[in-house]
Ligand binder design. Structure first.
Ligand SMILES: Cc1cc2nc3c(=O)[nH]c(=O)nc-3n(C[C@H](O)[C@H](O)[C@H](O)COP(=O)(O)OP(=O)(O)OC[C@H]3O[C@@H](n4cnc5c(N)ncnc54)[C@H](O)[C@@H]3O)c2cc1C
Length: 435
């Protein structure tokens, strides 16, 4: 089937040869001309890790059934194309929640496993893969391998964070988390410096399930100011606030590229920071508002116009955290580019299970930029060198441009991982970083 599958950044790359996987029992298509296969979830990766421009994409969105749930063990068996949005719709009001969720609910279970996604509670629960109990992987030799921490464990750990390269996940067992209520008690406060951010993170890590900060990385004085949020799920008694879930809206077309630029980004950052009242703002928010504010405008990526956007997300070890974040922000400021949206979070010490997982103990910084061509890509290369020197890594799920050299520095375990890559599978990202 000819179709245009894109990734979230909309920076031009597409997959066009698409095969629909309708049933768990489907066989992988036989591709006689040697082209490769790659599963496609919901295209919420920003760059090219979900694309296979010279090969065939396996569209998994029809594998969207919840198979079984055992409230005694908390284990849900799900098909991989189930959107987190649908999973939550079914479970939240019965008192269950995802143990880890990223900043959008429009991703699939398969995509969550293949990128071992993280959320605002990394310091408490690690990444998504820490809650995957078992999965069934269809390999190109026609065999389905059931893997877990004790069964075919090497393949299990390679598949978590394995970028869709080890085979097609056809179902997975995930352990859900019980909650009392679908709302959260949220505290929001301004901070003036990076030191304050680290202090707030430290103070909050034991008492709060969720912590995250928005960073004003467009301010001229580079103070490291921002807004810190921390939250816990409400207990049933507190859940009196009838904060309704609102429907998301859609942009009917791409806005002109000049709408989000360095100038408007700086203004947005200053206004957002200054609009926040002093002191601690306490609110009770429904989970949708707290976790997924961006999902309100379903295709907000089109705000960036036809050229699309890049997100740069890195993690650096805690010991060098403050110094490295300062150096990265200085480099961005020197370049003249401004990010309209930057997020900062401390990842905790819980080790990711995946061989290639991105999350690790450290500080993670994510910055969005409108696609402004070569000069921006050169800035990213310089940022990569700073991150590599600090012993950190850049997140493949957000990447569309890192060099093969930097990839090896960020993921030296790639030589071990290569042995688990299915010989029939590849991606645009993989071809770029492996040469
Ligand atoms: C607004 C927004 C906020 C985000 N916030 C976060 C965040 O807070 N934390 C975070 O970690 N990420 C975040 N992301 C990134 C996103 O969570 C990941 O890129 C996620 O993997 C996308 O999942 P998807 O279902 O769209 O899969 P795709 O992007 O289509 O694919 C992702 C990977 O999964 C593989 N895959 C998909 N299905 C299968 C399968 N059945 N078997 C094997 N492999 C499969 C693909 O081959 C690909 O390698 C965010 C993205 C957006 C757009």
């Amino acid at each position: 089937m000819q179709k245009n599958l894109t990734s979230w950044g909309l920076t031009g790359q597409k997959s066009t040869d698409v095969r629909l996987i309708k049933w768990r029992t489907d066989k992988l298509p036989e591709i006689k001309d040697g082209r490769s296969l790659l599963p496609y979830g919901n295209g919420r990766s920003y760059g090219d890790s979900c694309l296979n421009k010279d090969g065939v994409s396996l569209d998994t969105r029809s594998l969207n059934h919840l198979i079984s749930f055992d409230p005694k063990t908390h284990i849900l068996r799900s098909e991989p194309g189930v959107l987190l949005a649908d999973l939550l719709k079914n479970f939240v009001h019965k008192g269950w929640f995802l143990p880890v969720t990223p900043g959008t609910k429009y991703i699939t279970v398969g995509g969550a496993i293949a990128n071992d996604v993280h959320g605002k509670n990394h310091h408490r629960r690690g990444s998504f893969g820490n809650h995957v109990i078992r999965l069934a992987l269809l390999r190109s030799n026609g065999k389905t391998v059931i893997c877990s921490r004790t069964q075919h464990s090497d393949l299990f750990f390679a598949t978590i964070g394995g970028l869709g390269l080890t085979g097609l996940i056809v179902w997975a067992d995930i352990m859900l988390m019980p909650i009392d209520a679908p709302c959260l008690n949220v505290e929001t406060m301004k901070f003036e410096t990076l030191d304050d951010f680290f202090e707030l993170s430290k103070q909050s890590e034991w008492e709060y399930e969720y912590t995250v900060a928005w960073l004003d990385c467009a301010s001229k004085d580079l103070s490291g100011r921002g807004i810190f949020m921390r939250a816990n799920h409400c207990t049933r008694l507190q859940d009196s606030n009838n904060d309704q879930i609102s429907k998301s809206k859609k942009l009917p077309f791409n806005l002109p590229s000049f709408i989000v630029n360095n100038f408007t980004s700086k203004i947005f950052n200053a206004v957002y920071y200054n609009a926040h009242p002093p002191g601690v703002l306490e609110q009770t928010l429904c989970y949708e508002k707290f976790f997924y504010p961006l999902d309100k405008l379903k295709n907000w990526n089109r705000l960036y116009g036809k050229k699309g956007l890049f997100q740069y997300q890195c993690v650096v070890p805690v010991e060098q955290g403050k110094k490295t974040i300062e150096t990265l922000l200085e480099e961005v400021l020197k370049s003249g580019f401004a990010s309209p949206l930057a997020v900062l979070k401390v990842f905790g010490e819980i080790k990711s299970k995946g061989l290639m997982s991105f999350p690790r103990h450290g500080v993670t910084l994510a910055m969005d930029f409108p696609n402004s061509g070569t000069a921006l890509l050169r800035l990213f290369d310089r940022l990569d060198s700073i991150v590599a020197n600090a012993g950190g890594a850049v997140y493949p799920a957000k990447d569309a441009r890192m060099s093969a050299e930097h990839f090896r520095e960020f993921f030296p375990q790639v030589d071990k991982f290569k042995h688990y890559v299915d010989p029939a599978f590849s991606s645009t990202f993989w071809q770029r970083v492996m040469g």
